[in-house]
Write a protein that binds this ligand. Structure first.
Ligand SMILES: Cc1cc2nc3c(=O)[nH]c(=O)nc-3n(C[C@H](O)[C@H](O)[C@H](O)COP(=O)(O)OP(=O)(O)OC[C@H]3O[C@@H](n4cnc5c(N)ncnc54)[C@H](O)[C@@H]3O)c2cc1C
Ligand SMILES: *[C@@H]1O[C@H](CO)[C@@H](O)[C@H](O)[C@H]1NC(C)=O
Ligand SMILES: *[C@@H]1O[C@H](CO)[C@@H](O)[C@H](O)[C@H]1NC(C)=O
Ligand SMILES: *[C@@H]1O[C@H](CO)[C@@H](O)[C@H](O)[C@H]1NC(C)=O
Ligand SMILES: *[C@@H]1O[C@H](CO)[C@@H](O)[C@H](O)[C@H]1NC(C)=O
Ligand SMILES: *[C@@H]1O[C@H](CO)[C@@H](O)[C@H](O)[C@H]1NC(C)=O
Length: 610
């Protein structure tokens, strides 16, 4: 063989090699026609599942992400959707920003990095809402919290000085998503907040922030242990993997799932870069996985003809599966940003004694954080029973959207039964208080009102219509009033007496329950950017959208893996539970492949297409 020829072959080989190991991201012209799995949304859940499905080096995955790669993180308009809620009549017709990441890494790229888990009884409620054999309770999820999350302990001296309890038993060691205590100065004044809260009647201290219990504890942030940079789905499940079977295309907006009969065969998407380009399609051999989040997974389903039939008809969309639950059961945490106190000697807070440990050289991240996660009986020993009784005797139809059908009402009734118990449990978090100053924000982590996410029938592919329906169930205001009163009890603690705390907001003119309720309606913000529930994992007869294996009812090879499947919200920030859902989902999807399943009631896996 002449040498020139050899060189040409080598060059050709090199070119082929380069093409073959095409690193992520890929461009649209490099797209293959077909992949084993298509994942819609390269966010928190999407990238976690993508990593696990491609770990064998063989199964091919394409992730389609609407956002772009962005080397900066944290909240910024460039990395967010721009959605404003509908006016909220019970909150004085105020509208609210609907915070959602639109970037590779999704909301985990822009979130507040507060890394809280939720309590056993909340996860057990997920199982109860899934039927007798459900494995989505605390026991079934703990292994996935451990698989999904590594742990980095606090500085030893700091832990001793500030009572930072932790137990690595509740964490794993192999994942590349980190809950880290971080190092940095803790102001001595934190000891005061700690003691005052610890001595509130009924307050407990769990062995770890991830123990699934309420109480007073120090918690981690989602940050790397070495340099305290943000730890999120992109750093944990995409960057550096460079697997030739794991591809992502950015600036790609998926509009619908394609079907052959009831089998999902691929997706149709449009370019965000050039909206004049015709829609393109890409096919999935094994499964289409929707991970576009609580607001946009319902949109893609609805555009595909899966959702509440009356709404779809109004939008001139052919109904493929009448699933009333798509876009309903919408929940978020709600909060009041500031119960404001002035303290005499506490100011300025920074002059209190501090313990010095290594500073974060990169400026990001933060030292251990302190929170009180409090059950309703501890918030209000006087009134919790009356509130639970009032709630459990409600007729849910009075407070749900008028378009809720029989199944959705029944699903809410099931939640109501469970919540009547959770309200009476000291071990379910209703109020989260982050302790870093006098007073501060208060949160209701279990609103009973249910909102909706619906397409705009005159522009179905445009922005979604997000309605929190905040405080449409009046019990939410009652609970918030008790939560504010708890803050007052805490600030009246003898520990604060020497500092003469004075409440400025809402202040001494707002004293009666009725006045507090009025003030709450004017100050509640109905979202902590933790939207969930719009494609709930519940039986279909209870208005569910996916089954226990996360498959969409009445379809095959179509699953949902994101926060929309949570049937009720956890009393904790939502990203940690997202990682656990994604880890468990990946196992389920992989076992489907082994058993040749992928549909309902029978594992039919044949070549249905074409
Ligand atoms: C500002 C903010 C602060 C938060 N603070 C905290 C916190 O401190 N602690 C905490 O634990 N949680 C926090 N959260 C919540 C938490 O981050 C989310 O619950 C979680 O990340 C959601 O995961 P997901 O996979 O469901 O959705 P996402 O991570 O949002 O992923 C969905 C992805 O799908 C993409 N997408 C949407 N539509 C389409 C489409 N049609 N085609 C293609 N792609 C699409 C989106 O661009 C996005 O990347 C916060 C969230 C926000 C927005
Ligand atoms: C859109 O543009 C970005 C940035 O140039 C590019 O990386 C991406 O591949 C493009 N996406 C599509 C679908 O063309
Ligand atoms: C939201 O608005 C900002 C500009 O304010 C823009 O950069 C961004 O692309 C918008 N997001 C979406 C998803 O359109
Ligand atoms: C809110 O808006 C609705 C509809 O426009 C109106 O009927 C109602 O009076 C308003 N409520 C308040 C408190 O402004
Ligand atoms: C902590 O460090 C600061 C700045 O280096 C110093 O001024 C202060 O005295 C130190 N405090 C303690 C308790 O060591
Ligand atoms: C629905 O879309 C139409 C057409 O784009 C727009 O004029 C209208 O404001 C949208 N409605 C809502 C509630 O966003």
């Amino acid at each position: 063989m002449p040498p020139l020829h050899t060189a040409a072959l080598l060059l050709l080989g090199l070119i082929l090699q380069l093409a073959w190991t095409s690193p992520v991201p890929i461009e649209s012209r490099e797209l293959k026609e077909e992949y084993d799995y298509i994942i819609v949304g390269g966010g928190t859940n999407g990238l976690t599942v993508g990593d696990r499905l491609t770990a064998d080096g063989k199964s091919s995955v394409l992730v389609l992400e609407y956002g772009y790669f962005d080397n900066e993180v944290a909240m910024h308009p460039r990395r967010m959707f721009n959605i404003t809620s509908t006016p909220q009549p019970e909150l004085g017709n105020r509208t609210f920003f609907v915070g959602l990441g639109c970037v590779v890494g999704g909301s985990s790229s822009v979130n507040g990095q507060v890394f809280l888990r939720g309590t056993k009884q909340e996860f057990d409620a997920w199982a109860q809402l899934g039927g007798r054999r459900s494995t989505w309770g605390w026991k079934g999820l703990l292994p996935y919290f451990k698989k999904g999350l590594s742990f980095s302990p606090p500085d030893e001296e700091q832990a001793k000085e500030f009572n930072i309890k932790y137990d690595p038993e509740f964490w794993g060691t192999s994942a590349n998503i980190w809950g880290s205590f971080g190092h940095g100065n803790l102001r001595g004044v934190m000891k005061l907040f700690y003691s005052a809260m610890k001595n509130m009647p009924g307050m407990t201290v769990p062995s770890d922030s991830g123990a699934g219990e309420t109480g007073l504890y120090w918690y981690t942030l989602s940050q790397e242990p070495e340099n305290w940079q943000r730890s999120y789905s992109r750093t944990g499940h995409l960057d550096g993997l460079n697997r030739e079977n794991y591809e992502i295309i950015v600036g790609a907006k998926v509009n619908k799932v394609l079907f052959h009969r009831d089998v999902a065969t691929g997706v149709q998407w449009v370019s965000r870069n050039d909206t004049e380009l015709p829609p393109q399609t890409v096919r999935a051999r094994k499964e289409v996985i929707l991970a576009a989040g609580t607001v946009h997974t319902p949109q893609i389903l609805m555009l595909s003809g899966i959702g509440p039939a009356p709404l779809l008809k109004e939008a001139n969309i052919d109904v493929k599966v009448n699933l009333p639950g798509v876009g309903s059961n919408f929940q978020d945490h709600s909060y009041i940003p500031s119960i404001f106190y002035q303290c005499k000697l506490l100011l300025p807070l920074g002059v209190e004694p501090q313990i010095n440990v290594t500073r974060n050289p990169n400026g990001g991240g933060g030292p251990p954080s302190l929170a009180a996660m409090i059950g309703l009986p501890t918030i209000s020993p006087e009134n919790f029973e009356a509130l639970a009784k009032k709630y459990e005797t409600q007729d849910p139809r009075e407070y749900l959207p008028e378009w809720y059908d029989r199944t959705l009402i029944e699903g809410y009734r099931q939640q109501q039964k469970i919540y009547a118990k959770l309200m009476r449990s000291p071990d379910v978090t209703f109020n989260e208080m982050m302790l870093f100053g006098p007073g501060g924000s208060v949160q209701n982590l279990h609103p009973m009102s249910r909102g909706s996410i619906r397409i705009n029938t005159t522009n179905p592919e445009g922005g979604m219509i997000v309605d929190y329906r905040a405080a449409t169930n009046p019990i939410d205001i009652d609970v918030m009033v008790e939560i504010i009163k708890f803050m007052r009890k805490y600030m009246a603690s003898p520990y604060f007496e020497p500092y003469e705390p004075r409440e400025l907001i809402p202040g001494p003119n707002v004293m009666t329950d009725a006045d507090l309720a009025t003030w709450a309606r004017a100050n509640i913000i109905p979202s902590v950017f933790h939207p969930i529930g719009t494609c709930a994992k519940m039986p279909r007869k209870w208005g569910g959208v996916v089954d226990e294996d996360l498959l969409v009812y009445d379809t095959r090879r179509l699953s949902i893996v994101d926060t929309s499947v949570m049937p009720i919200i956890v009393g904790a920030t939502t990203s940690m539970a997202s990682y656990a859902i994604a880890e468990k989902a990946a196992d389920i999807i992989l076992s489907r492949r082994r058993h040749g399943g992928g549909g309902h009631g029978g594992g039919h896996w044949g070549r249905d297409e074409d």
